[in-house]
Design a protein around this ligand. Structure first.
Ligand SMILES: [Zn+2]
Length: 92
């Protein structure tokens, strides 16, 4: 396997640094996943807010509970094709 040089955010990354990513927030109880564009979250809540902080603020629209899963997804372009890069975020 080639060395992975592609930058990927973690829970300490700021929204401003991860603007190209989508944030998928899941609720196991309600069986629903909501997709947010990180760039829109950054505009709304501030680019210096961290991924972990924004996840802590989120509540499920179905059951009002905290998220049970979180994942960042982006596309990595490789010539004419693109593959999805997925980064699960561990919830504390
Ligand atoms: Zn829920």
């Amino acid at each position: 396997m080639p060395h992975e040089t592609f930058w990927q955010p973690d829970r300490n990354a700021t929204l401003g640094a991860a603007r190209n990513w989508l944030l998928l927030i899941g609720c196991w109880k309600s069986v629903r996943v909501t997709t947010y564009r990180v760039t829109e979250l950054a505009d709304q809540y501030g680019s210096r807010v961290s991924i972990g902080d924004i996840i802590r603020r989120m509540r499920c629209r179905g059951c009002s509970g905290p998220p049970t899963s979180a994942e960042l997804v982006t596309e990595e372009k490789q010539g004419r094709s693109a593959r999805h890069k997925r980064v699960p975020i561990r919830l504390s």
